[in-house]
Write a protein that binds this ligand. Structure first.
Ligand code: DC
Length: 239
């Protein structure tokens, strides 16, 4: 049996991570957060005092970067490691969001991370979220979802999250940041954020995470049923 892959793409703060984590848990699949991988490259670049768009300098340093993912045995959560250091918290810092968005515009970085992401998907059944999973990383994914929400709603959710963490920022700043990252993610030349032709669009502006989960689980079930039917037909044809 080929491993099953589910690609979840969409703009920043659309709820991809929450939903992908819930979905992976529900299905017993591995969850791969590819944004965290780009963030780890962003952190590495920042720590090396390199400009996040300085392609020649970043390219020269990429073979020194040691990134790996590890799954926590108790909660199953994905942890990111830079060398021996667990950087899962450090990559969530606000400044690293911008570094990640900047380094992700560089073809050399995207090429470098492509095989890593494909190898993770080949290792078993996965839910993988990002910006180009359905279009570039896993163009043959069994299920493709494009999850979005209005910029205002995404900013509201991110703002509430930041407030709960005690961060001091205004709603307007968060909204402006989201708009700027949307623009950069959608207009970059290499693997821009866009809906794959065969992806199903889910607008979560007025939906809870549970409602989105229900919709996606029913999509996954119907795709799996169709595939099982196809396999039976293929088997019958071969007999
Ligand atoms: O999902 P996130 O906000 O943690 O991602 C951080 C940045 O990484 C985002 O601005 C775009 C980039 N990214 C990407 O270009 N391709 C992916 N598959 C995942 C993230």
């Amino acid at each position: 049996m080929q491993p099953i892959s589910i690609a979840i793409d969409g703009p920043s703060a659309a709820g991809k991570s929450t939903l992908s984590r819930m979905l992976a848990k529900h299905l017993g699949f591995l969850y791969v957060d590819t944004g965290a991988i780009y963030r780890t490259v962003g952190l590495f670049v920042k720590r090396n005092h390199i400009g996040p768009k300085d392609e020649p300098a970043i390219s020269a340093l990429l073979d020194q970067i040691q990134i790996h993912l590890q799954y926590d045995e108790t909660d199953g959560l994905q942890h990111m490691y830079l060398g021996e250091e667990d950087v899962s918290e450090a990559i969530r810092e606000h400044i690293i969001s911008q570094y990640a968005s900047d380094v992700s515009t560089l073809p050399v970085v995207r090429r470098f991370l492509l095989s890593m992401q494909r190898n993770l998907a080949a290792s078993g059944n996965v839910v993988m979220d990002g910006r180009d999973i359905g279009t570039v990383v896993l163009p043959n994914a069994n299920v493709k979802i494009f999850l979005t929400a209005s910029a205002e709603e995404r900013a509201r959710r991110r703002f509430e999250e930041l407030k709960a963490k005690g961060a001091e920022t205004s709603f307007e700043t968060v909204l402006q940041d989201i708009r700027q990252r949307d623009h950069q993610d959608q207009t970059r030349a290499t693997a821009p954020l866009k809906q794959a032709e065969d992806a199903i669009l889910i607008d979560s502006t007025h939906l809870s995470a549970e409602e989105c989960l229900e919709i996606i689980v029913s999509i996954v079930k119907s795709v799996q049923a169709r595939q099982a039917e196809q396999e039976i037909q293929n088997g019958a044809l071969q007999e």
